[in-house]
Design a protein around this ligand. Structure first.
Ligand code: ADP
Ligand code: ZN
Ligand code: MG
Length: 507
């Protein structure tokens, strides 16, 4: 982007609220059902059919609005937004215009490229203009010469989250979307699935000479992944700058992202909001939000992922990358904190408990999840409760098992569902410090490795240190193996070195 230009981006994100039924009728709201099986006179717009607000949609919408620090309107109303489109049987959409559910919020997002920067730095605060409830339209499926319409989605509850034009680059918009997705998943408000359309984003973008304020905005639709949002915006910013530089003017229009050609294309010259002829929905009363409702909403707020990530950095000493990977899903972060707490209860120090648990989760636990075809959100179904991982961490920390044995313990705990303590005791996997046992393991290994022993003794006599180190490492490995992996490595090393010295002297 040229230094003398500035871009302004505002996003409108629609999220599908995870309710059992639609926004204004009792039809089932679900993705993937038999087409047109979840419809009724209300969502099909039959004359005389009366809508009734789904209280669950209102509650979940309010929870998201509060999580984004919006103020809830004391009284919220609905309007009809008039337009004709084949996927909308009523010819209007019930939406909110004059008194949205929530207004005036904000959300902090990490500024892109912020990894590696000092903690707490590079945060961008994005203002949320409003959050309003509305209903979804049906879905059109274009197939050859005909277009099919599935009305199962018509009337499903949406929350539209509108930001102020606070982003400057496609990468910032992408970071916001990823964070919003995590947030609504943490809240259990939406599954955040952009491919299935449960989270959709329209992007508004304008450019102007730096310092001259907002330019003429263009809206981009059809951005069905956060990557496309970034690519579409960066393309559009470059297009607008070039247009203005060439003496042209940007037209107010709606463009579509064409993912096959990596460019935006004109869809229509955009209508203004007065074209929609908003008017109050006569069939729905205004909704007053009472104290009991507000208390319920506040109680449903969970620590947002962004805050949790910062807290994990501060309280557990994790670096940003690790904290962000642990906070990817709420269940995964819960698992981490439970495991660390349990490890500490078992006597592990705060630092090692935090660090080792994170390392196990990034390594063996992630691998196990992948092997089981599970995501981080499903860590609870893996068959490795947080307490069990903590027991493995405690075993290693106490020095009672070696790192190699610890992984065997982890595998047994996971595969056989046994307790780490029991495995170690029953299978004799505890590290052995007993001098007689160490001597026996060293003797057995050296007896079986006569050639290596002779070579090492000669190298020691000749003062060839590198060679001595290599051969003695080899012999120590053999001795530990002879003990079944349980002999304490440093004791074995001392025993092997003493025998080498004696053999060298005897040459
Ligand atoms: P409309 O009435 O066209 O829907 P809104 O004022 O509701 O416009 O804004 C829709 C979105 O467009 C918001 O996210 C807002 O931040 C963004 N937006 C508004 N004006 C501009 C502009 N000049 N440049 C970039 N984005 C803008
Ligand atoms: Zn219905
Ligand atoms: Mg608008």
């Amino acid at each position: 982007m040229r230094e003398d230009y500035q871009a302004f981006i505002g996003l409108e994100v629609h999220i599908h609220l995870l309710t059992a039924t639609k926004a204004f009728c009792s039809c089932r709201s679900a993705f993937g059902d038999e087409p047109n099986s979840n419809v009724c006179p209300v969502c099909m717009g039959y004359p005389g059919a009366m809508p009734a607000l789904n209280a669950e949609a209102l509650r979940i919408g309010a929870v998201v609005a509060r999580a984004l620090h919006c103020e809830l309107s004391a009284e919220t109303r609905f309007e009809r937004k008039q337009y004709f489109y084949p996927d909308m049987p009523k010819n209007y959409q019930i939406s909110q215009f004059a008194s949205p559910l929530g207004v005036g919020g904000w959300v902090d997002v990490p500024a892109p490229g912020a990894s590696g920067t000092p903690r707490g730095a590079a945060i961008r605060r994005i203002r949320i203009k409003e959050c309003h409830l509305e209903e979804d339209a049906g879905k059109m499926i274009h197939s050859g010469d005909v277009t099919l319409v599935d009305y199962n989605r018509a009337g499903a509850p949406l929350l539209e989250i509108v930001t102020e034009p606070d982003f400057e680059t496609g990468a910032e918009a992408e970071a916001y979307l990823q964070q919003l997705r995590r947030t609504v998943r943490y809240l259990g408000a939406c599954d955040g699935n952009m491919e299935e359309g449960s989270m959709r984003c329209d992007a508004n973008v304008s450019v102007n000479r730096r310092g001259a304020g907002l330019g003429q905005k263009v809206e981009i639709k059809n951005l069905n992944s956060s990557r496309f949002v970034r690519l579409g915006l960066d393309y559009e910013i470059a297009r607008q700058v070039e247009l203005v530089e060439g003496g042209g003017t940007v037209r107010q229009e709606t463009r579509l992202w064409n993912e096959n050609r990596d460019r935006t294309e004109v869809m229509r010259v955009k209508e203004d909001s007065h074209d929609y002829r908003f008017f109050p929905e006569p069939d729905l009363p205004a909704v007053g939000l009472d104290a009991a409702f507000l208390a319920e909403v506040e109680a449903a707020l969970v620590e947002p992922p962004f805050d949790r990530e910062r807290r994990l950095e501060a309280d557990y000493g994790l670096d940003r990358e690790r904290a962000s990977s642990i906070c990817e899903e709420r269940a995964f972060a819960d698992y981490y904190e439970a495991a660390v707490a349990e490890a500490r209860r078992l006597g592990v120090g705060a630092g090692p408990a935090a660090e080792r648990t994170a390392a196990w989760m990034a390594g063996d636990l992630r691998r196990a999840l992948r092997a089981a075809g599970l995501g981080a959100a499903e860590v609870g179904s893996l068959g490795m409760p947080a307490e069990r991982l903590a027991a493995v961490v405690a075993l290693v920390d106490s020095g009672r098992v070696s790192a190699t044995v610890a992984r065997k313990v982890f595998d047994a705990a996971l595969g056989e569902g046994v307790e780490p303590e029991d495995v170690v005791r029953e299978r004799g996997w505890e590290l052995v410090f007993d001098p007689a046992a160490i001597a026996a393991a060293a003797d057995a290994a050296l007896a079986a490795e006569g050639a290596a022993l002779a070579e090492a003794a000669a190298a020691l006599a000749a003062g060839d240190e590198g060679r001595v180190r290599r051969l003695s490492g080899y012999l120590v490995g053999k001795a530990i193996a002879a003990s079944g992996g349980t002999a304490d490595p440093s004791a074995v090393k001392a025993a092997v070195e003493a025998r080498l010295a004696a053999a060298s002297k005897a040459l």
